[in-house]
Design a protein around this ligand. Structure first.
Ligand SMILES: NC(=O)c1ccc[n+]([C@@H]2O[C@H](COP(=O)([O-])OP(=O)(O)OC[C@H]3O[C@@H](n4cnc5c(N)ncnc54)[C@H](O)[C@@H]3O)[C@@H](O)[C@H]2O)c1
Length: 317
């Protein structure tokens, strides 16, 4: 029987690129992209598309049934900075969308689930350097609390009901195809747009704020790799630490100045600084490397070159 892959939240920063990557690999007919809004043209052309509210169980179930979906990538969520403004709405979206999919998997209506967690599961009391897979986790943001709770439920559904759910704690993700969705690491994308457009950037995080980051192609590679891995290789059913590079705003500035020497940065930290201050600076991802062969390709210099090369046309007449 022909089965399909459903991406929920397909129009976001990750969903857009994930949809296109899965479509390239499995063919357009095999992929069903969904979101509460329409996405960019390239993504919309690469898959079936359905408007779908991830909190509406009946609507989710209907699409799963109609398209014979056996695998779900649940990317819809409210991200860290926005969630602080709308705590109840963030909790509702981030938790209920997950329960719907876990319950469909428990009832054997879908076979395999990907659900992303985040470095936001860690908090001020977590060791900030080389943060271990298993450690103190006391997140202090609505978003972090929702991700940590989600991780516990994923593990629970796997242990109690045999649900094949797989998860990664993404660091801050850098990409040029779509705008970032309102997270604390958004500066690391915005800075390239501003560098090309205005030659300067006012950063909402202060100098010295080191955070774990990753180029989108690496994140997509990891997402597909963990879903491809044999079931026995997945030993962690909460969520895997995942890392590539760690840097602060001044490091991005220096790497941009190699291409745009006149580029300048100023610092005006806002409420997002207090979120960043509770997050790790670097992550120990040895379990992901050992269990399912994860390795990253992009360092900061490659990220900067790729971002500038791909965005330049947008800002030059
Ligand atoms: N981007 C990052 O740096 C990052 C880092 C760590 C974890 N994550 C996680 O990865 C996932 C995807 O992140 P992203 O950056 O692509 O986010 P995003 O905000 O760019 O995209 C989320 C998408 O979900 C959609 N959405 C919102 N409410 C919905 C609903 N009720 N029903 C259906 N769709 C809805 C939005 O329209 C949007 O297109 C999230 O779970 C996020 O927490 C992202």
């Amino acid at each position: 029987m022909k089965s399909r892959i459903l991406i929920i939240g397909a129009c976001g920063q990750i969903g857009t690129e994930l949809t296109m990557a899965l479509s390239k690999r499995f063919g357009k007919d095999k992929i069903v992209a969904s979101d509460i809004r329409e996405g960019n043209e390239m993504m919309m052309k690469s898959a079936h598309f359905e408007l779908l509210d991830a909190t509406d169980l009946e609507a989710v179930e209907d699409i799963v049934f109609r398209y014979k979906v056996d695998t779900v990538y649940l990317m819809a969520a409210m991200l860290s900075a926005i969630a602080e403004r709308f705590p109840a709405k963030a909790w509702d979206l981030n938790m209920n969308s997950l329960f719907h999919i876990l319950n469909l998997a428990k009832d054997k209506k879908v076979k395999k689930v990907f659900w992303p967690s985040s470095i936001a599961v860690f908090g001020e009391t977590t060791p900030a350097q080389n943060t271990p897979q298993t450690t103190v986790m006391e997140p202090s943001t609505v978003y972090g609390i929702s991700k940590q709770t989600g991780e516990r439920w994923c593990e629970y559904y796997h242990t109690k009901y045999g649900v094949d759910v797989r998860s990664i704690r993404y660091p801050g993700l850098i990409s040029y195809t779509t705008e970032p969705g309102g997270g604390t690491t958004d500066y690391a994308v915005d800075i390239y747009h501003r560098a090309l457009k205005h030659g300067q950037y006012r950063c909402f995080l202060k100098e010295g704020t080191v955070l774990p980051m990753m180029y989108m192609d690496d994140a997509i590679k990891a997402t597909i790799a963990i879903m491809d891995a044999p079931i026995d290789a997945i030993k962690i059913r909460s969520s895997y630490n995942l890392a590539a590079v760690s840097y602060a705003p001044e490091d991005v500035t220096t790497s941009i100045q190699k291409h745009i020497p006149e580029f300048e940065i100023t610092y005006e930290p806002d409420f997002r600084q207090s979120i960043a201050d509770t997050w790790p600076q670097s992550i120990d991802d040895s379990e992901a490397r050992n269990d399912w062969g994860w390795s990253h390709s992009f360092g900061l210099e490659e990220i900067t070159k790729t971002m500038l090369d791909n965005l330049r046309d947008r800002y030059t007449e």
